[in-house]
Design a protein. Structure first.
Length: 212
């Protein structure tokens, strides 16, 4: 049995025998890979090739976090979630993308930034790597500098929710967006650890999605 201090994700270099793009989408591609597992077995897997994404838990001085309500068509639901967005601007740094998303979706800027948690959003079928930041020291973007949202991001409702109330909503099954679930619980854990688990905003991110 593996000891707890030996547990940790690690990259694997399994041999890919064949790979083809089977769908070129508006945002994401689908790739079909034939993979050698190393014990004589091969498997064929279809992979959603994702750009990666970032999200922001914006926490004010009263330990309230901002949630935005956005329509998510694949699950036919309006979901409450922290500001978030794709890494779909060529050459844009993830921290810069997070600052942009916070300004565009929440009309906020922050003077304190940390990495809260990193995760793979759906590793059974997608390359998407996700980085969630904690933003504090908040201020509003001047009204004449605010971004006008389009599509699902137009006229999104917002709510300030205490961190403890948000945690309870997650555990009661009232919030389902992965950024909300992971970000809220990670923020609670970081707070309970005296914020000692936070990483610098520019911390290395080797798992970042390679893009298309």
């Amino acid at each position: 049995m593996t000891a707890p201090d030996e547990v940790g994700d690690e990259p694997a270099e399994l041999r890919v025998l064949a790979s083809e793009r089977v769908h070129h989408g508006l945002v994401w591609d689908v790739r079909r890979d034939e993979v050698e597992l190393g014990d004589g077995q091969t498997v064929t897997r279809e992979v959603l090739v994702h750009t990666g994404a970032v999200g922001v838990v914006a926490l004010d001085a009263d330990e309230r976090l901002l949630l935005v309500r956005q329509y998510r068509h694949p699950v036919r639901s309006y979901l409450w979630e922290p500001p978030a967005g794709l890494l779909d601007v060529a050459g844009e740094d993830p921290w810069a993308a997070a600052r942009r998303e916070l300004a565009e979706e929440a009309h906020l800027i922050a003077d304190q930034w940390h990495v809260l948690v990193d995760f793979f959003n759906s590793p059974g079928g997608s390359t998407e790597a996700f980085r969630c930041y904690l933003a504090q020291g908040l201020a509003e973007v001047p009204e004449n500098d605010r971004h006008e949202g389009e599509g699902e991001e137009r006229d999104m409702r917002t709510a300030w929710v205490s961190l403890d109330e948000a945690r309870d909503l997650v555990l009661a099954g009232q919030l389902h967006n992965p950024t909300a679930v992971t970000g809220i619980l990670a923020t609670c854990a970081a707070r309970d650890a005296g914020w000692s688990t936070l990483r610098p905003a520019d911390a290395p991110w080797p798992e970042k999605s390679p893009g298309r």
